[in-house]
Design a protein around this ligand. Structure first.
Ligand code: ZN
Length: 106
């Protein structure tokens, strides 16, 4: 099962909540998932992951990644360019305290 997001229990324990194939492949509207229904019933975890990527990086992320690779002084892989884009686009959110985890606050 592909888990696209998870929230660990108190103290970082394994008891946590997850957004995975159970949510993505759901046929019924009811969901108790941490995604709040955002990725519910998308049909597949691949589709859910694509939506998640767009939510984080923006709808135009693939174009942005290619542009970034084109203008960079060094050779960037697609993943490196995407990670740079991720850092840029999430930095303001992290500063505002809108999301937690994944990176240290400055
Ligand atoms: Zn979910």
């Amino acid at each position: 099962m592909a888990t696209i997001m998870s929230q660990h229990g108190a103290g970082g324990g394994v008891k946590g909540r997850h957004c995975n194939a159970t949510c993505h492949g759901a046929k019924k509207p009811w969901c108790a998932c941490i995604c709040g229904g955002r990725y519910h019933g998308k049909g597949s975890s691949e589709a859910a992951q694509q939506q998640l990527t767009k939510d984080w990086l923006g709808d135009d992320w693939e174009q942005q990644v290619e542009t970034r690779r084109g203008v960079s002084a060094r050779t960037l892989t697609r993943a490196e360019a995407a990670y740079e884009l991720f850092q840029e686009r999430t930095a303001p959110l992290l500063r505002a305290g809108g999301i937690r985890g994944g990176a240290e606050r400055p």
